[in-house]
Design a protein around this ligand. Structure first.
Ligand SMILES: Nc1ncnc2c1ncn2[C@@H]1O[C@H](COP(=O)(O)OP(=O)(O)O)[C@@H](O)[C@H]1O
Ligand SMILES: O=P(O)(O)OC[C@H](O)CO
Length: 495
């Protein structure tokens, strides 16, 4: 056993929990990963069992360490990053009091519509968010109103609320904390005053006793309980997964933009110390570091990789996500077929909770290659929708990309073409986990500075735009028309 030290990053995503060991170069030394079940108790509802999240996460840690023969004593620090907004309540013993309500869950859509009508502007001003069932506030209100006895317990100070980072850190260390980036996604946090907001707490009927303490994204929150890994290891990094990915992409300067293509796509632009507002994008906290908060603009697209997943598990026209690439390449163009994957409404920049998925332009010649191509193209169009909004506020030179679907070269090239911008894919694709590792490592002096981290970032492949303007704009026009037809559909069929 060598005495080399590493950083362990816990990346708890929507569908799986990963544990990744990084070395000083920011290279991956080992990975453990386990999927956990998705629960859909009613149409549009999505839940996770926090115990299933926890056991997947612990197994992932043990697998990563055992596989690579790394001893817990070689872990200098642990960083945590997580699917954001997903809401958990538990008691002081760490026992969950209900399933986690997942960010994708639409159960509070009507509740939010009502609040939005009266308080939309106030919420935007204070939290930077476009009111939506996506964020934690309405989910927490739902829990307090619907789980028998929960509100009374909460008022007695016996209930702890948190996003998944907070739950994991509580179980790991016993500390009830979160970081600025995660707090900024609850819709209860004032991103300018950097504190929980009394008016919002009142609006959502949330007793302040349940809230975690909000800390920087890089500092020691506590130490792992000895019974977990046989050692007390500092837990010293915490950021929402999308903000962590911006950090892992070394997106430290104003105007740097990354897009992560996972279940959904999340495009974030660093706006530095400035809080910039856009009516169709979110203003969010990227991280808190060295006594300073960095802000970002975010376009959250709810369904992208999940649409590829649907081709595989829903209509079963492919066996593996990667097959979409070969299918798409069989065609010269989309031949007029568009797919708007608005399975759970549309997020940025449309924010329509009632939009639903649509496939348009079907002819007798339409086959699975068209659908595969339309799915990949939709992912790229949805990203352009967001970048167009961002460009009104920040200059954007290139797009740094990461996440599962970036393995698809067809998609990456089409993305560069449709944006008319360079798309850059880094060597280390696990930028979310890497970002959390960097945050944890900075707090314990494993890495010294942002400059050092910047020097570790390396491009693997650059996709240059090659499409002519006329084709690009014609294709994009078709997309905008297809989206128009998907908007509000749930209202039409419910009426
Ligand atoms: N080669 C590929 N082409 C297109 N989509 C892909 C490819 N590989 C994976 N995906 C999609 O990417 C997603 C997985 O990415 P990942 O970053 O692991 O997601 P998450 O962290 O959200 O669970 C899946 O939804 C999958 O359908
Ligand atoms: O788990 P992911 O990678 O799909 O990310 C989910 C986002 O954090 C939701 O806001």
């Amino acid at each position: 056993m060598s005495g080399e030290k590493f950083i362990l990053s816990l990346d708890e995503g929507t569908t799986s929990a990963r544990a990744i060991i990084f070395d000083r170069e920011g290279d991956i030394k080992g990975i453990g990963q386990y999927e956990f079940p998705q629960h859909y108790p009613k149409p549009g509802w999505v839940e996770h069992d926090p115990e299933e999240i926890w056991s997947a996460q612990i197994r992932a840690i043990k697998t990563a360490l055992e596989r690579e023969n790394v001893e817990p004593s070689q872990i200098a620090a642990i960083g945590v990053t997580n699917q954001r907004e997903t809401t958990i309540v538990w008691d002081k013993t760490g026992k969950p009091l209900y399933n986690a309500i997942v960010w994708q869950c639409r159960r509070t859509a009507e509740m939010v519509e009502e609040i939005k009508r009266e308080y939309g502007d106030v919420i935007k001003e204070k939290t930077g968010l476009v009111p939506d069932a996506y964020f934690s506030a309405s989910k927490l209100k739902w829990l307090l109103d619907n789980v028998p006895g929960l509100r009374e317990k909460a008022e007695r100070g016996e209930v702890l609320f948190g996003t998944v980072d907070t739950f994991l850190i509580y179980r790991l260390t016993g500390e009830h904390v979160t970081d600025y980036s995660n707090a900024s996604r609850t819709m209860l946090f004032n991103i300018k005053k950097l504190d929980w907001d009394d008016e919002l707490l009142e609006m959502f009927d949330v007793p302040s006793e349940v809230l975690p303490e909000v800390r920087e994204s890089s500092e020691i929150y506590g130490y792992t309980k000895r019974e977990l890994l046989g050692r007390e290891i500092p837990v010293s990094g915490d950021a929402g997964d999308q903000q962590a990915a911006l950090f892992g992409q070394a997106g430290f300067e104003t105007g740097m933009v990354k897009a992560t293509y996972g279940t959904g796509s999340f495009i974030l632009a660093n706006t530095g110390k400035t809080v910039r507002y856009s009516s169709n994008l979110l203003t969010t906290i990227a991280w808190g570091l060295d006594g300073r908060v960095t802000y970002a603009l975010e376009g959250s697209v709810f369904v992208t990789g999940a649409a590829v997943h649907w081709l595989r598990d829903g209509i079963r026209i492919i066996k593996h996500a990667s097959e979409t690439e070969e299918l798409a390449r069989r065609l010269e163009s989309n031949e007029g077929l568009y797919f708007v994957p608005a399975f759970v409404g549309l997020g940025a920049p449309y924010w329509d909770q009632f939009a639903r998925g649509l496939i348009i332009g079907i002819t007798r010649g339409t086959g699975r290659e068209h659908l595969a191509r339309a799915t990949l193209e939709a992912i790229a169009y949805l990203t352009r929708d967001v970048i167009e909004e961002m460009e009104k506020l920040v200059g954007i030179k290139e797009l740094r990309v990461d996440g599962g679907a970036t393995a698809n070269d067809f998609l990456m090239q089409f993305q560069a073409d449709i944006l008319d911008r360079r798309v850059v894919r880094p060597v280390v694709k696990e930028t979310t986990a890497l970002g959390a590792a960097y945050l944890a490592g900075l707090a314990v002096d494993y890495w010294e500075s942002l400059k050092e981290i910047q020097n570790l970032w390396k491009a693997e492949k650059i996709f240059e735009p090659t499409m002519d303007k006329e084709t690009r704009e014609k294709l994009y026009h078709g997309w905008k028309e297809a989206v128009k037809r998907a908007l509000g559909w749930a209202k039409v069929v419910e009426a």
